[in-house]
Design a protein around this ligand. Structure first.
Ligand code: COA
Length: 648
């Protein structure tokens, strides 16, 4: 049964039971509509408590239905019917009331909740706006200013704040339902207060709208939904509820059908599936409390910060006092910059520094459940680290390498405990970037692999399993992308035109600006090494630039020139002269054509990666690109793009 009814004296208790998150699927909507009629007609019932079974009230509309045309009964009609009920409905909320769940609760005459319950309208994260009256009822209940934050800025109050805002009438302790029934008994017989939609809300001062518009447009960075959510809210305040509801619904339906919303839904499901791969569901991860990080450079310090952030105990292992001091100061710098930006309080920053343990030499690894190696990208150096760890660590401790290119089988070869060894490839800055490529070797035990996923979950990362190949999933696609971008330049397309096209598509930077920021030399050295091994790697424009000393921003120029202390790229006559021997006649190419060439290249490499079994699914490749390489979220990823193109 998706919606159950129980009668307790004169109170009906309606429980939505639609695991895992009580989404408002078609059957739930039908049943709620039918119940609203039936309970109105039942003379023994004087009030209705509406709640959700399990951990939460309702997580919203059933997102899986959004790929199909809407099916009646529509949620706005269900909410309106409950709101029009002759008897008071009382929403009893624990866990979360999200999206349509909050809209449903707003249709009830009263709301009671536990203090820890969360209230949110997260639709904008899915490229849509609330579609069942949320933009109209919420401001009438909590006022315009607070409603703007919740509807268009992802603010999500908990029960206590909701009580202060008037979103909740009273807080109740668990067990929730008896508390809600007692509340219902107390309101039976009282004159009914106005419904959410009937309430009158004062129009705000004009600057509230202009300031909110400016703020939301800036933070939306081109996303369609947040400004439109604000518009629907504003329209209802300025032109009345009917007009507001009509605009909200038409905007919702229009946005629901966009590519952007489909891309965001694709990522929503991919991100959830990524955390729980089917083959590992039955396995228990090993307990991890103390983690060693070997190497306190940029990567090691970033990893340490991510671990501290997740509340783990960590020991940062370095080889001498000077390196320990450097690592401590890198970490202190990271915390300080988070503190300055208001992302971290003074207390948290000092608590982290207090929790950070450093050690010279490997002795401390003895206490670690997991040790992550983040030293220089050199096979011999990495092997010597693991040889030491093999001597010191407990025989059940997990060993992970943060290599980005080296075959983990070579690193682990001949060392003790190959079944406890795996690759955990973090992305820089590791305390920020969400991607974690998990690279098992053929010897890695499944529970060790499961522990990698569990760690990712605890760190708030998106884990993607990668097979072993040069560059794993992400750097391999990056290489094709850059090579193709350089091929466009060799074909006469302007460097800045390529960058501009990719920025217009949604990347924060184009491929050449990005290389200038990261440095051209790593890819160059990589190609040189391949050439030294006798591989036929033709010269690329990037090689000529590096040989001429142009390694990117750090040398004052690469593909572009940079003025001192200014990261804005300027067209470089020098760079153009240097690469001229490899560049053909000038060619105009439309931005869209540039984007499709580069998308096609990424997808082609993605298909090869799939065919070789390096990635387990196309959605994983999209996650790698979105969470590790700045691929615009609203575009869903290269494989999503390829699928869309394939359908047209
Ligand atoms: N519609 C359909 N499926 C949903 C869903 C929704 N609104 N919300 C969650 N799910 C699914 C997830 O895909 C996942 O499925 P899986 O087990 O097959 O992978 C399952 O429910 C559990 O979700 P998950 O996110 O893994 O659990 P959680 O306990 O970490 O978080 C929520 C639960 C509700 C907080 C989280 O799922 C969430 O934020 N959901 C989206 C809410 C939303 O955006 N609502 C507005 C919709 S318009």
């Amino acid at each position: 049964m998706t919606v159950n009814v129980e009668i307790d004296g004169e109170i009906a208790i309606v429980t939505i039971e639609n695991p895992p998150v009580n989404a408002l699927s078609g059957t739930v909507r039908q049943r709620l509509l039918a119940l609203a009629d039936a309970l109105d007609g039942d003379p023994n019932v004087r009030a209705v408590v509406l709640t959700g079974a399990g951990k939460l009230f309702v997580a919203g509309a059933d997102i899986a239905e959004f790929d199909r045309p809407p099916e009646p009964p529509f949620l706005p009609d269900v909410v309106a019917r409950i709101e029009a009920a002759a008897k008071p409905w009382i929403a009893a909320i624990r866990g979360a009331a999200l999206g349509g769940g909050l809209e449903l609760a707003l249709g009830c005459r009263f709301r009671v909740a536990t203090a820890s319950a969360r209230f949110a309208l997260p639709e904008i994260n899915l490229g849509i706006i609330p579609g069942a009256g949320g933009t109209q009822r919420l401001p009438r209940v909590v006022g315009v200013t607070e409603a703007i934050r919740i509807v268009a800025e992802n603010h999500s109050p908990d029960g206590r704040e909701a009580l202060r805002l008037g979103l909740v009438d009273t807080l109740v302790d668990e067990p929730l339902v008896p508390g809600a029934v007692a509340f219902a008994r107390a309101v039976v017989g009282q004159a009914l207060s106005p419904t959410s939609i009937e309430r009158v809300v004062p129009a705000p001062a004009a600057n509230v709208w202009t300031e909110a518009e400016a703020r939301i447009t800036a933070s939306a960075r081109g996303a369609a939904a947040p400004p439109q959510a604000l518009q629907a809210l504003k329209h209802g305040i300025e032109h009345g509820v009917e007009a507001g509801l009509a605009l909200e619904r038409s905007t919702f339906l229009a946005l629901r059908a966009t590519e952007e919303a489909a891309a965001l839904r694709h990522l929503f499901f991919a991100e959830r599936a990524a955390l729980r791969p089917a083959e590992l569901r039955a396995l228990s991860p090993r307990p991890i409390e103390t983690v060693g990080v070997v190497g306190g450079g940029t990567m090691g310090s970033g990893i340490a910060a991510a671990l501290l952030n997740a509340g783990l105990s960590i020991v940062l292992i370095e080889q001498d006092e000077a390196s320990v001091l450097r690592a401590r100061s890198t970490l202190a710098g990271l915390f300080e910059s988070s503190r300055r930006r208001g992302l971290m309080s003074d207390e948290v920053a000092s608590e982290w520094m207090a929790r950070l343990e450093t050690s010279i030499g490997y002795g401390a690894a003895e206490r670690c459940d997991l040790v992550i190696e983040a030293v220089f990208e050199d096979l011999a150096v990495k092997r010597s680290v693991f040889a030491e760890l093999g001597r010191v660590c407990r025989p059940d401790a997990i060993h992970a390498t943060n290599t980005s290119y080296i075959d983990p089988r070579l690193i682990a070869d001949g060392l003790p405990g190959p079944e406890r060894f795996l690759g955990l490839h973090f992305f820089s800055p590791a305390q920020v970037m969400k991607l974690l490529e998990i690279v098992p070797t053929p010897d890695t035990a499944l529970d060790v692999l499961a522990t990698g996923y569990d760690l990712a979950r605890r760190l708030g990362k998106v884990p993607v399993r990668s097979g072993i190949c040069d560059g794993f999933i992400g750097n391999r696609i990056l290489r094709s992308y850059r090579t193709e971008a350089e091929a466009l330049v060799c074909g006469g397309v302007d460097i800045a035109a390529v960058d501009a096209a990719m920025r217009a598509f949604g990347f924060a930077m184009g491929p050449f600006e990005m290389q200038d920021m990261a440095g051209l030399d790593i890819a160059y050295l990589y190609r040189e090494a391949a050439r030294a091994r006798g591989m036929p790697v033709p010269d690329m424009p990037g090689d000529l630039l590096v040989r001429a000393g142009r390694k990117g921003q750090k040398t004052g120029g690469g593909w572009y020139d940079y003025a001192a202390d200014d990261r804005r790229p300027k067209t470089s006559m020098d760079a153009q002269r240097i690469i001229a021997p490899l560049v053909g006649a000038k060619k105009e190419m439309a931005g869209e054509a540039i984007v499709s060439r580069l998308m096609a290249t990424m997808a082609e490499e993605g298909h090869a990666i799939l065919a070789e079994g390096i990635a387990l699914g196309a959605a994983d490749i999209d996650l790698v690109e979105v969470h590790g390489y700045g691929f615009p979220r609203k575009r869903g990823g290269p494989m999503f793009q390829a699928g869309r193109l394939g359908k047209t």
